[in-house]
Design a protein around this ligand. Structure first.
Ligand code: AHR
Length: 497
């Protein structure tokens, strides 16, 4: 059997927002310490930032990085991480029951972000703190001079304001695991009050309200509706988080994880628009998928069941070729919703369920999942086009029969380039017939494929390039048509110029 894909410039969904290719740095495990920051490492600069990791972050093509949490932020005092390092307190972090040295904080992060070439997405603590501390943090970051917090920043050696545009109003406040978790009504009110005060400091900031921690939360959809009823006018984005666990479902359902993400995004859009109609507003709330990834959560030990540790290596999952295909497919799903989903943060960036891994005092390397992210971030430009795909289907335990092939495309009107992103989620090879007759004059460009005879192989410090994306020969377009063979469990980018 064969799959077919037809594209037309009229099937436009929306523009690719570069913010879709964001990531996340949390003070968790070894993401910060011995991840991006390791004073004394042979590749670290005088500021302790690892140059080998910075090089990989730039190659990954990350545009935006959320910081400092995650669950960590809900008991964090941002003041602990600024000023002379010798004066900073050593704290017990309640989220991960870890010791926090505070030798890395806000200003170190902003210096790292500048070197990495990424925009920050800053989260405020609405778990153990509230309106005043959130507004003060905006003042410390964004006011030029002449106020207590702005002058404190200047005293800390940062003369120019950080000018941080995008702010998260807390993190996963619906989750019983969250320090200071709230009901939807309580959180919606607090988000509205904090957002109001933060905007008084800097009216140009954009605010993200917490949506559900995952699509399976018992409060899902009711939470979103209530939070937006309280905070609709103050916020610009509603967040959604979802992790896909290979251990908690049948294998075919895991390979089809993007089906679940499609449904989740569409349900959140519907809920946000329901509140818009109810409140009779014209503004639309867009979506920020500000935590997503494959995570072997079934292997995770809850903080309550661990002792207090210094720099524990938390959730350092090794990613397989199958996981990389799923990550590539999740990016396809995100692009498919580019009209409303405009911020994405893969969680996390280094070591903690991450595309980049490091050893303390050792090398940094790319996981299998690095490759589909890096190529999608590099090639997805311009307008997202819906791909009309007809494909054989595969049976899944969670979603019934779903198409084996999934795809989306982007077209850069300035250069005329067209890129198709596609996956084969099935366990057998499949020819994909392309019908690009609606784009006369296109020529075959680059073809990148990620696949392996063993879909369970992973990269490691010893074999850092065992899984790579390979450049393959692109078939010549004949009258706007070509056929590409998609191996079992594979991810593809096909660029035409
Ligand atoms: O990314 C790991 C954790 O997952 C984050 O801290 C939290 O927000 C989510 O539950």
């Amino acid at each position: 059997t064969t799959a077919r894909l037809t594209l037309d410039p009229a099937f436009a969904i929306g523009e690719v927002d570069p913010r879709l290719f964001g990531s996340f740095v949390e003070h968790m495990g070894r993401c910060v310490y011995t991840g991006i920051f390791e004073p004394g490492h042979p590749r670290a600069g005088a500021d302790g930032l690892r140059a080998d990791v910075l090089e990989l972050v730039r190659e990954l093509g990350v545009t935006l990085v959320r910081y400092p949490g995650g669950n960590f932020v809900s008991n964090y005092r941002w003041e602990d991480g600024v000023g002379p390092v010798g004066n900073r307190p050593r704290r017990l972090d309640l989220a991960w029951r870890s010791l926090e040295s505070n030798t890395f904080g806000l200003n170190e992060f902003m210096s790292w972000a500048g070197q990495a070439g990424v925009d920050p997405m800053m989260a405020v603590n609405l778990g153990t703190r509230g309106v005043a501390e959130a507004a003060e943090l905006v003042e410390y970051c964004n006011v030029r001079e002449g106020t207590a917090a702005a002058d404190l920043r200047r005293k800390h050696g940062v003369a120019q304001p950080h000018d941080i545009r995008l702010w998260c109003l807390g993190n996963e406040m619906d989750g019983p695991w969250q320090i200071g978790a709230l009901t939807a009504r309580e959180y919606g009110r607090l988000a509205a009050r904090a957002g109001h005060a933060m905007r008084r400091v800097d009216p140009s900031i954009e605010l993200v309200a917490c949506g559900s921690s995952n699509a399976d939360m018992p409060t899902f959809a009711a939470w979103e509706a209530t939070v937006l009823e309280e905070a609709y006018d103050q916020v610009d984005y509603l967040s959604l988080h979802h992790y896909f666990d290979p251990g908690r479902q049948d294998e075919a359902s895991f390979r089809a994880s993007a089906v679940r993400l499609d449904g989740f995004v569409e349900d959140v859009v519907a809920t946000a628009d329901h509140v818009r109609a109810k409140l009779r507003r014209s503004k639309r709330i867009n979506l920020a998928l500000d935590e997503w990834n494959v995570w072997y959560q079934s292997r995770f030990t809850e903080p309550e069941d661990r002792g207090i540790e210094d720099l524990p290596p938390l959730i350092e999952d090794d990613y397989t070729v199958t996981d990389a295909m799923v990550v590539g497919n999740l990016l396809i799903s995100m692009l498919r919703h580019a009209d409303r989903l405009t911020v994405g943060c893969q969680a996390q960036l280094v070591n903690v369920i991450a595309p980049i891994r490091t050893e303390a005092n050792g090398p940094a390397w790319r996981q299998a999942t690095f490759h589909p992210f890096a190529h999608t971030a590099r090639l997805a430009r311009g307008t997202v086009l819906r791909a009309a795909v007809s494909s054989p289907s595969m049976a899944t335990g969670s979603f019934g029969d779903v198409p084996v092939v999934d795809a989306v495309a982007t077209r850069d009107e300035r250069t005329g380039e067209l890129t198709i992103f596609a996956v084969n989620r099935g366990t057998g090879a499949l020819p994909l017939e392309l019908d690009l007759r609606a784009f006369p004059g296109l020529r075959a460009g680059e073809r990148i494929e990620l696949a392996d005879a063993d879909p369970l192989i992973v990269n490691s410090a010893a074999a850092p390039d065992r899984v790579r994306a390979r450049t393959e020969e692109m078939p010549v377009l004949d009258g706007g048509r070509a056929t590409v063979l998609l191996p079992a469990v594979s991810w593809h980018a096909l660029r035409f110029t």
